[in-house]
Design a protein around this ligand. Structure first.
Ligand code: FPP
Length: 248
């Protein structure tokens, strides 16, 4: 029996965020170069997106390249960018077929022009799709996003477009690159590492965190079901007491 049958479709997270980790270790374990791990990670990206779409999860954010990843060896960065371009090019028709809308967050202007072009074309082509929004975090870090938001808010305050007293949670939300999406209820990280690594720091404030030792290229839809099932067993209290949450 698949764990899928145990999932309560009425209690699905609307938004799942994933730190896809362990590609390098997966490749090393097979005596291959790191890029071999990234190439094999694409299969897990596809499976996760398709499984989310089938279940009825509305948003999936994947941490594909962090601001900090720019300090990796040049060869690995180039190979990753090439992989992004070729994957987007190859898979846009699958996104269309599955009614999946592609979006991206991050400092996209830092990506190679070819990558920017390919991404923008796929975003444009899939913009009317409604089943799942797949958000790629590229050249992204939460601190980068928060610094940007603070700059915009400070500028508005300096220009008297808003009063500092008006700054609240909602206003900050509206100035982040994630402003169009609900906060993730569930964040998954593969490969056994138990860190947030500068990913959606603001948006994960009340997310359930799920860590699995599975390396990203080995991550299948069954692993995703397992994470969702685990999430559904948790009591989300948002600072309240258990009794308050359980009250009808
Ligand atoms: C982390 O593993 C993974 C990345 C930095 C890149 C993720 C990219 C992909 C899965 C490929 C393409 C993605 C899309 C969306 C088309 P790591 O290299 O840090 O692994 P390690 O910790 O074992 O070294």
């Amino acid at each position: 029996m698949s764990l899928k049958d145990k999932i309560n479709l009425q209690k699905l997270p609307k938004h799942i965020a994933i730190i896809m980790d362990g590609n390098g270790r997966w490749a090393k374990g097979k005596g291959k170069f790191r890029i071999f791990g990234h190439q094999n990670g694409v299969k897990a990206v596809k499976e996760s997106a398709e499984a989310c779409a089938e279940l009825g999860v509305s948003y999936l954010t994947l941490y594909a390249f962090s601001t900090e990843n720019w300090s990796r060896p040049k060869d690995e960065i180039n190979a990753l960018m090439e992989l992004l371009v070729s994957t987007i090019r190859k898979e846009t028709s699958t996104l269309q077929k599955n009614n999946i809308r592609l979006k991206a967050i991050g400092d996209l202007m830092d990506l190679p022009p070819k990558c920017q072009r390919e991404l923008q074309e796929a975003i444009e082509e899939t913009k009317n799709n409604t089943r799942l929004t797949l958000i790629l975090a590229l050249s992204y870090s939460a601190k980068w996003d928060m610094v940007n938001a603070i700059k915009q808010i400070a500028e508005k305050a300096a220009n008297h477009q808003l009063h500092p007293q008006e700054i609240n949670d909602m206003l900050i939300d509206q100035h982040l690159s994630t402003k169009d999406y609900p906060h993730p209820e569930l964040m998954i990280r593969t490969s056994g590492e138990q860190r947030i690594s500068n990913f959606l720091l603001w948006e994960l404030a009340y997310s359930e965190l799920y860590f699995t030792p599975v390396l990203w290229p080995d991550f299948t839809r069954e692993h995703l079901y397992e994470a969702i099932f685990d999430y559904q067993q948790r009591e989300r209290r948002f600072g309240k007491t258990s009794e308050q949450v359980l009250k009808p």
